[in-house]
Design a protein around this ligand. Sequence first.
Ligand code: 3PG
Length: 414
Amino acid sequence: MRFGIRTLDDIDVNGKTVLCRIDINQPVDKEKKTLKSIARIKACVPTLKELSDSGAKLVLMAHQGSDIEYKNFYTTEPHGKVLSELLGKEVQFIADVCGPAAIEKIKALKAGDILLLDNVRFMSEEQTLFELKLCLTHEQQAQTVLVQKLAPLADYYVCDAFAAAHRDQPSLCGFEQILPSAMGRLFEKEYCVLSELMEAPERPCTFVLGGAKIADAFLMMETVLKAGVADHILTGGLVANILLAAKGEEIGKASMDYIYKSNYGEYIEKAKGLYDTYKSHIVLPKDLAYTEDGVRKEALTGSVPAEAGITDIGSSAAEEYQEYIRTSKTVFVNGPMGIFEEAPTELGTKMVWDALGDTQAYTVIGGGDSITATTKYGKTDAISYICTGGGALIRFLTGEELPVVKALRHGSGI
Ligand code: 3PG
């Protein structure tokens, strides 16, 4: 047991059916429908190998895509193929989550077999909107269709999905009410490393916040500023746009429309309060980039053309961020500075990641897009710790107990 949670050392899975929740959610190429990164799939291999080698009949549950931010659910079938290659053994796949076809497949498993179920978010009870609107307790989550159908088939529940540990959804928090539970090796590692690190981060401690996961980013910003953990917060992406809009800066019509269309308007007010209170710690980009007919243009913040849409931080801002990163002792990064997937708009993200590669600071990055950027810019070996979680890392840093940690503590007592 560690932190009051069973580890794989505490369960004997030989010949037993183990339901294992993993997080292999990856950015997907919308046109080609392929996975842009396989980093998270790689990260859960040790747990799956250990369980399968120990004779478990292994049933994997995972999600792909989100209903709120990206509205992009995909099947987990391609993930199964990658997993199969990485494990060097067959990973069966069934295009079903907990219906008769899945149940039949689970019952037919033999010791060492691995079966991947389809995207659990094809079930509405696994969707984040459902979570946020209904706020089911863990006991209520144990009554959902998914848990009621699958739990009777299993002997153990193992959660290795640290990247989704901030979610309060049945595949993550419901099974622990019924089944003896444990955390997988990846979950154990992530939780231990981050717990130790947060006890006393070396100063100066800088946070780099970008990307489009606004609710998480603002929650974290507020908490680390209030707690005095962050000496500097460098902002990019939509996070910066919202802060700039709150300050009354011109960010262009397209960016403003995007904020309101995505229902992030309320964050402008929130950002105003945060900025007024903590302006000496929050760094806004001094210049910004936008594209015109596919060509990158830059303008000083405040001089962005009214019709433009911001696609990146500017090169002066990126240089300034590099300096902060090089002179910090601890750097947490969540989210890119702009649309780094496209050449004209990748400069800010690339420069920030170059500095992460050079700095002597202890660097921690988290989140799907940040991991993709790390791979793209060849910095995987240079980053001190790559956390598979984005939202989970953020929620962890707020000091709140993660829902899955709470559930696993409960399931470790069964
Ligand atoms: C993530 O990508 O942060 C995790 O897989 C959780 O995904 P979610 O934010 O869509 O729940």
